[in-house]
Write a protein that binds this ligand. Structure first.
Ligand code: SF4
Ligand code: SF4
Length: 368
């Protein structure tokens, strides 16, 4: 069966980032600047994505504004008819640059926060002074007239600030807010014991989000991502493997999702060597878990198999060592009970120290 065209491209321009978030979705083996694609190579990939049918490009990283050619890439995407979004930590981009990006065709900004107080946010992000810079950047976004989404990744060490996070999103004039619990693969898996919330914390945040959604209807739209470990059924991760999204890494590897490199049993083609359309249509990594044919029981006979598409392959691999297993977040999986017990144990006995995400720890620390 020929797959539909991808809806959006996540362009991970670089893994360089001044922050060091312990839940970063970048792979443990961060790609160095020397391996990054050139401006020309990125422009080619963007044009190919548009020709393939993509509607949107999300410029991400690492920190995408670390690339001095970002304006050129935005303008290339806009010329190709793509909706352009910048996913940023906001600490490297001043007002003048933001204006240049808007002039180049940037249409939306997604700004991440690690907390609501400088002391906590800067400790989590591992970057002194970061929170203050983010607040200034948020003001710049408003002044530039660009729509803004505020992203908060929540976990045990910042969830007590949830009400203030919502207040901050309103204060900075964000139209949308994403409250996302950590997804545990890669760096977050290394830091799981320090990040996992308790079930009581999850119950509280679920109630807070529901009440706030009602209260702020028409002011800010709130997206809420629950933690998989306490779920009964998995999310439709990426809307299904190889169905809606593609991700290009700094060196040009084409991935079905931003965390797919954590599945070490797969190999990934690069746009440096093959046309993007070939990779999307026939690449072995995309074919591996596309559709429902690969599914084991109980997914194979489940009436949700075309709703959640079997959940997250990265999580199945991280927990069971086999990416083709049922996502352990599903209560029908044989591995679900031990997943929940792990969460409860991490939440109650885990310490507060982080393994920060940076090029040094990427190399020296062993994998779980
Ligand atoms: S999650 Fe944190 S460390 Fe990772 S790219 Fe985003 S801001 Fe940088
Ligand atoms: S058994 Fe598979 S398809 Fe059914 S709900 Fe669980 S993960 Fe989804």
């Amino acid at each position: 069966m020929i797959p539909d065209p991808p809806f959006a491209l996540l362009a991970e321009l670089t893994h360089r980032c001044p922050l060091q978030c312990p839940y970063c979705s970048n792979p443990l083996d961060l790609e160095r600047a020397a391996k990054e694609m050139t401006t020309e190579e990125w422009c080619g990939a963007i044009r190919q994505a548009a020709a393939l049918g993509c509607m949107q490009v999300h410029f991400s990283g690492g920190e995408p504004t670390a690339r001095p050619d970002l304006e050129l890439l935005v303008s290339e995407a806009a010329a190709a008819g793509l909706y352009t979004n910048l996913i940023t930590s906001g600490v490297l981009c001043d007002r003048a640059r933001l204006k240049r990006l808007a002039a180049a065709g940037l249409e939306h900004v997604q700004l991440s926060f690690q907390g609501t107080t400088a002391s906590l946010a800067d400790r989590i992000g591992g970057h002194a002074g970061g929170h203050e810079k983010k607040l200034a950047f948020a003001q710049d976004v408003r002044d530039t007239g660009l729509p803004l989404t505020a992203n908060f990744v929540v976990h045990r060490q910042n969830v007590h600030q949830l009400d203030d996070m919502i207040g901050l999103a309103v204060l900075i004039g964000a139209e949308r807010m994403e409250i996302a619990n950590v997804q545990y693969y890669g760096w977050a898996l290394k830091n799981r014991a320090a990040l996992m919330p308790s079930r009581a914390q999850l119950d509280r945040m679920t109630g807070q989000v529901a009440a706030t959604r009602e209260r702020l209807k028409g002011i800010v739209t709130i997206y809420f991502v629950v933690p998989d470990y306490y779920a009964r059924r998995p999310k439709a991760c990426m809307g299904g493997w190889g169905r809606r999204f593609l991700n290009i890494s700094p060196s040009g590897k084409v991935l079905p999702c931003h965390a797919a490199e954590s599945i070490t049993s797969l190999t990934f083609d690069t746009v440096r060597e093959k046309p993007l359309a070939d990779i999307w249509l026939r690449g072995s990594a995309f074919q591996a878990f596309r559709g429902t044919g690969w599914m084991p029981e109980p997914c194979r006979s489940c009436d949700r198999k075309e709703i959640d598409w079997g959940g997250c392959r990265c999580q199945a691999f991280a927990i069971t060592g086999d990416a083709a297993q049922t996502d352990p977040a599903c209560a029908l999986s044989d591995d679900h009970e031990s997943l929940v017990l792990t969460a409860l144990e991490d939440a109650s006995t885990g310490g507060d120290d982080f393994v920060y995400r940076n090029f040094r720890t990427a190399k020296v620390l062993p994998e779980f």
